[in-house]
Write a protein that binds this ligand. Structure first.
Ligand code: ATP
Ligand code: MG
Length: 571
């Protein structure tokens, strides 16, 4: 793509994270920027993650630094190698590379364990034997200080002995935990003696049955950062309160690095839900076909639907890296994709809901080829020849027998232009026994070849068309928002958010008629169907049984719907 349209490289304005990094470099506080992207392999990545990925990889890359891909696999019961693979594929697809810096938090389990013993020996951690409910009660509230456990005063020797026996598997789940001795009265609840280890007799997808104690996120995360020498640990705002704990652990174990955590706003998009747990609910309820159902907000779904990684990156850059949470209008993502495809996608003609047109004054058995522009945005892409003949298809919705005032397309007695071809006039409407229109009989004006009348007369509409005898058939899947409400989670008490669906989020059209230039296209091909949107050859497509997905429409159709909803007080 040319520089003119490539907005995927770097944002125009320097955000607060980039400013901090540049100041740290200038002041000599860090020599090289090192970041990490730390997904938990418990689901597939969604468009929200792409914001984190673009920021983590982008900021380091721009400054000659590097980025780790580190799986946060500290929770053995929800994780799956399938997700580990899909996440790597998605990050690569977005255009980022971690080189040989693929890591798992579980790579550090031995080191993390050793440091936990150091904390115990320093009197900074203790084995607690309160159960989960008691721990919660002892924690206090935002207004009220907590109370330290009656087990907190065990001797260092007893703590070490119990911790080693926890590791050796002597105790059942939930019977003991290891906790940091910080401050049960701290206004930040996260600082009230946070858990370091818990017992979980569970098989781990990488370490197998080696461990039956697993480190908590608040402990494993900062120390994994420290082990890797991460300089700027970037995460979303919900971890703001965890920063104090983060710093405490980094300061209290003998690690050599001093990573710092910075938080930015999560990306939320209208008409969708974003959390992996909610996406899994949609799959389990059978509302979508799986993680890569093209209506899902996952990266695998966007890829399948036909979105490009460059458009997603351009979108993420366009929304910036602020500290204020908000819901971004889905239209912004669609616009980024439209803008790119407007420039890159060849134009083709496809009739999605065909209505036969017979040109009664066009000689039977004859055909000709008309020149059509491949992409008006890029004259260098040239032209192609499109066959024209006596029998054609036009879009059913482009004809009305009894048109209202503002309908300017084809109607009885009316003349319109067929794109790149001729003016035609509708002379007769043919119907079947049920009254359904089966065919239009029209005449064409041979003097208008190419689409203009030498006498200067005008028509009010230009229609796309496909020659019936030359048409290629295809299935076309029209995708739209999965939800009918911009914020699917804003439901009344007792209502299920999953019911707020858009009934036409998928419309499958069979036997669409495509111009013959599309006969040979392979999976991965993108083009614009004139007047209909941008389309992509789906992975189900085969030669002779083509399947296209609609990536986006040509214009935003939801703005109008939202306006109506607002007007009716429903938004
Ligand atoms: P989810 O809530 O969807 O399950 P998560 O935060 O649990 O997401 P992780 O796999 O733990 O997902 O996240 C990996 C990284 O991606 C984290 O640094 C997290 O802050 C970031 N991230 C997750 N969701 C978003 C989002 N919507 N916008 C920006 N960053 C996100
Ligand atoms: Mg999570």
């Amino acid at each position: 793509m040319s520089d003119m349209t490539d907005k995927s490289a770097a944002p125009e304005k320097k955000d607060f994270i980039r400013k901090i990094m540049d100041e740290d470099l200038e002041a000599g506080r860090v020599k090289t920027i090192v970041t990490r992207f730390p997904p938990e392999p418990n689901g597939m990545l969604h468009i929200g993650h792409s914001k984190a990925i673009v920021i983590d990889f982008g900021t380091a890359e721009e400054r000659g630094g590097y980025t780790y891909l580190r799986f946060d696999d500290t929770n053995p019961t929800t994780e799956d190698t399938m997700y580990v693979e899909s996440i790597q594929r998605d990050v690569h697809w977005l255009g980022f590379d971690w080189g040989d810096r693929l890591r798992f938090a579980s790579d550090y389990f031995d080191q993390l364990y050793e440091w936990a013993e150091v904390l115990i020996r320093d009197g900074k951690a203790y084995v607690d034997s309160l159960n989960e409910a008691e721990i919660r009660e002892h924690r206090g509230t935002v207004k009220q200080a907590g109370e330290r456990s009656r087990y907190a005063d065990r001797s260092i020797e007893e703590n070490l002995d119990l911790f080693r026996r926890m590791k050796a598997g002597e105790f059942p789940d939930g019977s003991h935990t290891l906790r940091a001795r910080i401050d049960m009265a701290n206004p930040n609840m996260k600082m009230r003696d946070p858990l370091i280890y818990r017992i979980r007799h569970a098989h781990h997808h990488r370490t197998g049955d080696k461990w039956c104690i697993y480190p908590m996120y608040d402990y494993a995360h900062p120390l994994s950062d420290a082990i890797e020498g991460i300089t700027h640990s970037l995460c979303t705002l919900e971890f703001e309160n965890n920063r104090e704990v983060y710093d405490w652990f980094v300061e209290n174990v003998p690690c050599n690095a001093r990573p710092r955590q910075y938080e930015f706003a999560r990306l939320n998009i209208s008409y969708t839900v974003m959390s992996k747990r909610k996406l899994l609910e949609l799959i389990e309820a059978g509302i979508v076909d799986g993680w890569d159902d093209p209506r899902m907000p996952t990266l695998s779904a966007y890829r399948r639907r036909g979105y490009t990684p460059t458009a997603i990156r351009a979108f993420v850059n366009s929304i910036g890296v602020s500290k204020a949470n908000s819901i971004v209008d889905k239209m912004q993502l669609e616009n980024a994709q439209r803008e790119e495809l407007n420039y890159t996608a060849p134009r083709r003609m496809a009739v999605l809901e065909p209505l036969k047109v017979v040109l009664t004054n066009y000689p039977e058995g004859e055909e000709e080829h008309l020149e059509a522009v491949n992409n008006p945005e890029r004259p260098e892409d040239g032209v192609r020849n499109v066959p024209f003949s006596r029998e054609l298809y036009i879009e059913r919705e482009d004809f009305m027998e009894d048109p209202p005032k503002k309908f300017f397309r084809l109607a009885p007695g009316r003349e319109v232009r067929l794109r790149y071809a001729y003016f035609i006039t509708c002379e007769e409407v043919v119907k079947d026994a049920n009254g359904t229109i089966t065919e239009l009989r029209c005449t064409y004006d041979p003097a208008t070849r190419g689409g203009d009348a030498p006498d200067g007369r005008k028509v009010k509409a230009t229609l796309h068309w496909v020659s019936a005898g030359h048409a290629v058939e295809a299935e076309v899947r029209l995708y739209d928002h999965l939800f009918a409400h911009p914020n699917p989670l804003s439901v009344k008490e007792g209502e299920d958010w999953k019911q707020n669906l858009n009934p036409t989020s998928l419309v499958t059209l069979k036997q669409c008629k495509l111009e013959p230039a599309l006969m040979e296209v392979d999976q991965g091909y993108r083009c614009q169907f004139e007047r209909k949107g941008y389309f992509y050859v789906d992975q189900d497509s085969k030669p002779g049984a083509l399947v296209f997905n609609r990536i986006v429409t040509l214009r935003d159709t939801w703005a109008k719907i939202e306006k109506q909803l607002k007007h009716q007080g429903k938004l």
